[in-house]
Every structure is written in C-alpha cells, then in structure tokens.
Design a protein around this ligand. Structure first.
Ligand SMILES: Nc1ncnc2c1ncn2[C@@H]1O[C@H](COP(=O)(O)OP(=O)(O)OP(=O)(O)O)[C@@H](O)[C@H]1O
Ligand SMILES: [Mg+2]
Length: 263
C-alpha cells in the first residue's frame, strides 16, 4: 500500500468540531487556545502527550485564576494590599521570615488564631489582608469584616437557630478576619454574641484579629466583663500566633520626613 493511500484513509479532523467539543465540555480556555497550540506543536515538533498536557495546563491555570478572582471578590477583602507591596524595611519590628512562615497558611490548616496588635498605621490591616490573599490563593475560604460590621451581622442573627447559624459565612469559612477590634467597646449583648462566635469557631476554623489594644485591655473592649474576656482570650490565645508590632505609623511617614527636613 502506498503512503498516499494510507493518508487518504485517515478521517479529516476539523478544528472547529474539536473546538466545539471542548466548549461543550466547558473547557473554554482550551478551545480558545487549541489552534495556536497546535500550530506551536507543529513548529516545535511537540510530542502528542506534551500537546495534550499544554492544552490542559492552560485550562487549569485559567480556572485557578478565575477561582481566585471570584473568591477575593466574595471575601470582602479590600484590594491592593499584598505581601509584595509591604515595605518590610520601613517596619523592622516585623520579622520577614515570620510573615513568610504565616504565608504558608499552616496556621489556617491547624485552625489557629492570629492576633496582630500595635498602634495606628503600623501595617496591621495591610498584613492581615495580605495574608488573607495568600489564604485565598491556597484554596481557603476567607471572609473579611471590620468589627463594627461583624457585630451588626451578629446582632441580626442573634436569634438564629444553631443549624442555620452554622451556615453563616462568619461561622463556616476557613479564615475569618476581624479588623479594628478595640476602637469601640462592645455592649454586653455584643460581647456575649462575640463569645458565642469565638466558641463556635474554636478549633474548627481560624480567626485573624487586628487590634490597637493590648491583651490587658480586652475586658474594657468586652463591656468590662472580666469573666467573659478571660473565656474569650483563653480560646483565642490557645494555639495562637501573636504579632506585636511596635513601630512608626506608615501613614505619618511623609509628615515625619517634612519635620526632619525642617530641623
Ligand atoms: N510597611 C508598609 N509598607 C507599605 N505600606 C504600608 C506599610 N505599613 C502600612 N502601610 C500602608 O499604610 C496604610 C496604613 O496601614 P494599615 O491600615 O495596615 O495600618 P493599621 O496598623 O491597620 O492602622 P489602624 O490601627 O489605624 O487600623 C495602609 O494604606 C497600608 O497599606
Ligand atoms: Mg487597621
């Protein structure tokens, strides 16, 4: 048999038909990249296996990027604060290696708490958000609340049956971020709702808290209730990480510069 005849016997595969099949399976990125990758495969004499692998790789990374974008949107995290744009040189009190360890998310896997405390402007919220972005990238469910917003949600859900409460995002997500604890003291009702939240999540999920208050000031935040404060701190600080940032305010760095230039 001549080669010509063998070739003629092979059915022609239409690129449009393959693209359509990929589309019907939901592999839209692969469908989009098919033609270019096939041309590249011919040019670089790729093995069939490598071509299939490249095509699936494109689809996977496209889906992963989309998942991260959607999760970030749903998390309520503010945008623009990442580990990449955090200036470690400005805040020498923060050990970079410690932050890099936290960025591996092992503490989230172990349902631990992270407490970031320090005066205004030292980068507490920035680091919290940046670590949360890492958590999303690592596949964890994250939700971000300023304490005030969280308390509003807790008051709204105060009478919810436990089964329904467990479906709330602030209860069932892997990482709950509570930003700005300590600005305003809680009422007695809010403090006990906060206790309920902490006990629900205890050893079931992680909490990241940023606060401008030290541990000794917690009773004052929690409606002056020493017993409740002890119970909450006991749960929060058991198997926790504490980042105590003693440093200058990043917000005031320009003012400091102007002041130094004048003297
Ligand atoms: N080391 C840093 N590198 C880059 N930007 C920083 C750094 N520290 C703080 N910032 C920026 O400065 C601003 C204030 O920081 P941030 O909001 O994290 O402060 P904070 O400690 O949470 O203060 P507050 O107690 O008032 O909430 C933010 O815009 C943040 O992105
Ligand atoms: Mg803050």
């Amino acid at each position: 048999m001549s080669t010509k005849l063998v070739k003629a016997a092979q059915p022609q595969v239409d690129l449009d038909a393959t693209r359509e099949r990929l589309g019907r399976m939901g592999l839209f990125r692969a469908a989009e990249r098919l033609e270019d990758l096939m041309a590249l495969a011919v040019k670089e004499q790729m093995s069939p296996h490598r071509l299939v692998d490249e095509l699936l790789g494109e689809e996977l990374s496209f889906r992963e990027e989309r998942r991260i974008r959607t999760s970030l949107k749903l998390s309520g995290l503010p945008t623009g604060q990442t580990l990449g744009n955090f200036d470690f040189a400005f805040q020498p009190a923060i050990e970079r290696s410690r932050i890099e360890t936290l960025a591996t998310c092992q503490w989230i896997r172990e349902n631990r708490t992270l407490l970031i405390q320090g005066p205004p402007g030292v980068g507490k919220s920035h680091l919290a958000v940046a670590l949360a972005v890492r958590a999303v990238e690592n596949g964890f469910g994250v939700v971000f609340f300023r304490l005030e917003e969280l308390l509003t949600a807790l008051r709204r859900d105060a009478d919810l049956a436990p089964a329904k409460l467990r479906r709330r995002k602030y209860i069932n997500v892997s990482l709950l971020i509570i930003d700005e604890v300590g600005f305003e003291p809680m009422s007695r009702q809010e403090a006990s709702l906060f206790f309920r939240l902490v006990s629900y999540r205890y050893e079931r999920g992680s909490i990241l808290i940023t606060t401008n208050k030290g541990i000794k000031d917690w009773p004052e935040i929690l409606a002056g209730d020493e017993v409740l404060a002890t119970a909450i701190l006991d749960r929060l600080l058991h198997r926790s990480h504490v980042l105590d940032i003693k440093g200058r305010s990043y917000r005031l760095r320009d003012l400091e510069r102007v002041a130094t230039e004048r003297t």
